[in-house]
Design a binder for this molecule. Sequence first.
Ligand code: F0G
Length: 359
Amino acid sequence: MNKTSVKVPRVEGIPQTGAHVPLIERYRERLPFAAGDPLVSLQEGSTPLLRAPVLSEMVGATVRLKLEGANPTGSFKDRGMTCAVSAAVREGAKAVLCASTGNTAASAAAYAARAGITCAVIVPEGKIAQGKLAQTLIHGARVISLAGNFDQALELVRELTAAHPIVLVNSVNEFRIEGQKTAAFEVHEDLEGELQALCIPVGNAGNITAYWRGFRELGATPKLLGFQAEGAAPLVLGHVVEHPETVASAIRIGNPVRWEEAMAAATDSRGAIRAVSDSEILAAFRLLASKEGMFCEPASAASVAGLLKYGAEGAEQIVCVLTGRGLKDPETAIAHNDGRVIPCPVEIGPIEEAVLGDP
Ligand code: F0G
């Protein structure tokens, strides 16, 4: 795509925000792409930063939500995937492969479809949310369901890509981190450098690594507060978790590939990596949906669960990254909410009772 084909609408009086500009175009001078390189884009990035009044009141600070679910496939993975797949196409690759808890798979499948190359994904059997599986299949990727967990899947794809001409698009791929660091640029720009703490869920630890790289490139130093699920918290425990378990299937990971970098991001930013329980994650998940009107997936709610559990710790301007949208995982939302579905015959009396009666 050349620059002239991407026109930013210029309406008088409306500031130019960079919205609708593909991520690599918007940040080209800070990314490893030259003008004229082939770009595979679905117009990712430029996601909203939403004020969260209820959370702000609860923690006594200004809290905003970085809505990464607004990316084309519904998660932050698209930032890294536009870069990883564009680079793969630039190298002449014909196939990409990843291990995934679901979102990387959906994103890789979409960008590979867009690029006209093949994609295969290896996912832990029975442990990826329905929305993600639906996306990956409809985009035409080959889906392999491994009788094992994410960490084992990742080991296998590393072995396979070392032996075959297939590009690995997990966050071991540097282009993924490069793309994902742009979220830090956006937050920094939107808050004019005033950010003091960033709360973020941590699984394979690529995203916290990417944010820290992005902030450092700008000379910004917010505290990075990473949160893992209690049953999948290797960085908190200081050892690999052989059998990770959590309701937040996206971060059900026991041996993160960016382990050292994530610890360095927390330490160097004077932040921390801490654990939140599944019930704390689910409480934050419901609170976001019912009080802030924001439906994210359970893993994303770990950032807010952590903020509520550990507090603002003196920060006045806080951003919680909501990494993926709620529709990714309808099963968990249906299983864990305070509402109920009321069956009703086609008659005015029962309808009246159902609508107006005591809940
Ligand atoms: N939130 C969501 C919604 C995710 O899908 C992931 C990771 C994370 C947070 C954690 O990010 O791994 O960079 O620390 N999902 C990967 C996947 C593992 O396969 O989709 P991380």
